[in-house]
Design a protein. Structure first.
Length: 93
């Protein structure tokens, strides 16, 4: 069973932000995004763009290696993102 990258990334952001005692508004200011975008990311409602992943990683000190488990590849070496908990990489073909 696979978990959604965007949901797990959101959980990671929320957990680390709270651990640092940082409000969503402060993270939004530091990342130069709207506070609503922070909320949407933390709730797993949007897939974060690469820029946001990198910026949040820098600001919060996230270990992006933890997120590798949310990507999978097929026999041809093609990487697929798993968005639903009931899908596998074979469902993408």
């Amino acid at each position: 069973m696979y978990m959604s990258f965007q949901i797990e990334f959101g959980k990671m952001v929320r957990q680390k932000r709270k651990m640092l005692g940082m409000k969503q508004g402060k993270l939004a200011t530091l990342a130069d995004v709207e506070t609503r975008h922070i909320y949407n990311i933390e709730k797993g409602l949007v897939e974060p763009k690469l820029r946001i992943i990198i910026v949040f990683s820098d600001i919060l000190g996230l270990d992006l290696n933890e997120l590798k488990q949310y990507a999978t590849h097929d026999a041809d070496g093609i990487y697929w993102k798993i968005f639903d908990t009931d899908q596998s990489n074979t469902d993408k073909k």
